[in-house]
Ligand binder design. Structure first.
Ligand code: NAG
Ligand code: NAG
Ligand code: NAG
Ligand code: NAG
Length: 225
């Protein structure tokens, strides 16, 4: 007897495709997963609680941090705030991770998420150090300009699909033209998961059948830049 390759029960990190109500969810305010040093942001944790108990646990790189409220405030971000955040409420399982990056540069391409499920929106923002005014903003995907804007430095792709996979950067005029570092985003685009029976032998009545949830991984890894 031979076994078919086991299907993986595969839960994509960072992708919020599961509408699992028992899973906590982190939202960022403002919504960017990368910020400049000195900037302020709030991470909010939403999830089911025990009645009368709003205590929340926060983890940075897997280690519990001091915050015990639904809001984790980062004032004047520093490199010490870099890392992978998760949260958990009284009755929830831990959230998917949010990878926060704190940068120091002239220009920063900010994204609303680095991992987007196919069909979700993705917002990009070209952001100047210390809110310096920038203009004539160019957005690039995999080295090619896909958007030019004289003033507005924000751009939303309403429904992402596979063609949005890649490395994004922006350039803009300040005192001179600056270019941001590349952000590798829309790493993984998942169609809705399908439930499949993984059979190691024909189904016999009264026998156990293993079920697994499979998502097709449509992954295009462009060469590192
Ligand atoms: C968390 O991990 C990242 C890399 O995995 C590291 O750069 C960062 O310094 C760590 N943060 C803390 C607070 O340990
Ligand atoms: C940048 O502008 C935002 C609003 O657009 C403001 O909330 C923030 O405090 C400003 N940051 C700095 C460093 O001036
Ligand atoms: C992906 O979305 C873009 C619009 O953002 C559209 O022009 C393109 O046809 C779509 N591609 C596929 C394969 O659906
Ligand atoms: C289901 O999976 C478990 C654990 O992988 C395995 O021990 C068991 O034999 C499987 N059952 C069937 C019917 O394939």
């Amino acid at each position: 007897m031979w076994l078919l390759t086991a299907l993986l029960l595969w839960v994509p990190a960072g992708a919020q495709i599961s509408a699992d109500p028992s899973k906590a969810v982190i939202t960022l305010q403002p919504p960017w997963v990368s910020v400049f040093q000195e900037e302020n942001l709030n991470l909010w944790c939403e999830g089911p609680h025990l009645p009368g108990d709003i205590s929340t646990q926060w983890f940075l790189n897997g280690t519990a941090i001091h915050t015990l409220t639904p809001r984790h405030r980062i004032a004047a971000a520093s490199v010490n705030d870099n890392g992978e955040y998760r949260c958990q409420t009284g009755l929830s399982v831990p959230s998917d991770p949010v990878q926060l990056e704190v940068h120091r540069d002239w220009l920063l391409l900010q994204v609303s998420s680095r991992v987007v499920t196919e069909g979700e929106s993705l917002t990009l923002r070209c952001h100047g150090w210390k809110n310096k005014t920038i203009y004539n903003v160019l957005f690039y995907q995999n080295g090619k300009v896909f958007k030019f804007s004289t003033g507005n430095s924000e751009f939303t792709i309403l429904k992402t699909n596979l063609s949005h996979n890649g490395i994004y950067r922006c350039s803009a005029m300040g005192k001179q033209r600056f270019e941001s570092a590349g952000v590798y985003t829309v790493k993984e685009l998942f169609p809705a998961p399908v439930l499949k029976a993984s059979l190691s032998s024909p189904i016999l009545e009264g026998h156990l059948v293993n079920l697994s949830c499979e998502t097709k991984l449509l992954l295009q890894r462009p060469g590192l830049q």
